[in-house]
Write a protein of this length. Sequence first.
Length: 253
Amino acid sequence: MTDRYAVVGNPIAHSKSPLIHAEFARQTGQDMAYIALLAPLEDFAGTVKKFQAEGGKGLNVTVPFKLEAFGLLGPGDTLSERAHFAQAVNTIKFEEGGRLYADNTDGVGFVRDVTQNLRHSITDKRVLLMGAGGAARGVVLPILMEKPSQLVIANRTMSKAIELAGTTKKYGHVLASDYEQLAGRQFDIVINATSSSLSDALPPLPQSVFAPGALAYDMMYGKGLTPFLLFAQANGAEHLADGLGMLVEQAAE
Ligand code: ATR
């Protein structure tokens, strides 16, 4: 019997997940069908239930449902620690008795792309993470696990950066900042986890933020050189990357 999976989101037609997972299935010899599933904005839960009832084995969850997927879990379901920390779920496995196992592989996907594909160690490096929304929260814990020398979270609305940094105490030291306070500081890895690239905007970064040899990483993919990557290129970042590698690695995980 062919195992049935899907990625659920809204919109979803553009998703590369069916392509990526079909390729993994081919390489690992799995008999699998993986589709893109559009959920109405007001009925994510119903869409998941229906797919489960029809015999689906699991789902990936994408924008804008990752937080709602986290909220789907009830007593008897299992949540991984990293999904618990992220308060967001991108992977659901349907287990015996209709129970859910929920995980978040985004952060590991990011770390693997940086450390293995791009060959940039995070250990002992100064890391700047821009943004304090869901995308940023998903990568904080896996970045801390790599033991950077500093992790600074910068956000336009500083209260949100403070709140996110405050949730990490158990795992390591994280500093919250606004963009002005970054003046005079340099980082080895600068990550754009804001949604600014969606609207071709640029977070208000000081020009001097890139240390010699710095990596600039935009989690957005498929947009070519975003305003952030162009800014990084013009201001001394030596390496530029978009989020395609992260997408492939979260899928692999
Ligand atoms: P996501 O799930 O993609 O993280 P989100 O939770 O809506 O989306 O968060 C969007 C993030 O991008 C926020 O950190 C937001 O900053 P604010 O909290 O100050 O709103 C950030 N953001 C969006 N557009 C931005 C821009 N043009 N410059 C800087 N930050 C931006």
